[in-house]
Write a protein that binds this ligand. Sequence first.
Ligand code: GAR
Length: 215
Amino acid sequence: MLNIAVCVSGGGTNLQAILDGIEQGEITNTRVAAVISNNPGAYALERAENHGIEGVCISPKQFPDRESFNRAFLEKLDSYQVDLVVLAGFLVVLPESMIQKYRNRIINIHPSLIPSFCGTGYYGLKVHEGALARGVKVTGATVHFVDEGTDTGPIILQQPVMVEQEDTPETLQRRVMEQAEWKILPRAIDLIARGKVRVEDGKVVILEQPKRRKL
Ligand code: GAR
């Protein structure tokens, strides 16, 4: 059984996709041990509660300095003894000690096709504003392992989404969620739970043939 913690900051629609995926059997052999938020008002905490999952809030604002927050955050996370940490819209920079300790055991969902529209300053709606400002015709989402850089870790899955002429950042964000994020994040967790994801030379190898679509 893959024991996971999901870290969130906001609405938690990706968390919801994970909870639904587990309930509907699309994610196998997986259990959410805890949902951790840095934001006490995050609706994601309510989603966790609705599913009988422990939701905890731990915010840098509760601590005198970043160092003590980092220590407390890692201690809290360690207490759940998870196999995988899922960043589902978590807008806090992770302590380096955590990245080292959980090497290739932290994944993140990012709402663009990395390496486009990623890195410092690209989060949430800003990613879609950037895509529309550049006039790209295709965007999408990426699930990747987290390393010391910002959005630089090994890519696990990507899903493209077409940009439409009349898109606003909000409509594009919604379509990227529906057509990409809520699909590839549960799929990546299921692949990891089934032992189908390996990192070799800094790249991900998926040990399973993708399902072929009929032409
Ligand atoms: C999602 O679009 C996720 O990809 C993005 O924040 C949103 C959270 O929504 N994450 C980032 O931009 C990380 N760089 P949610 O709370 O409804 O899942």
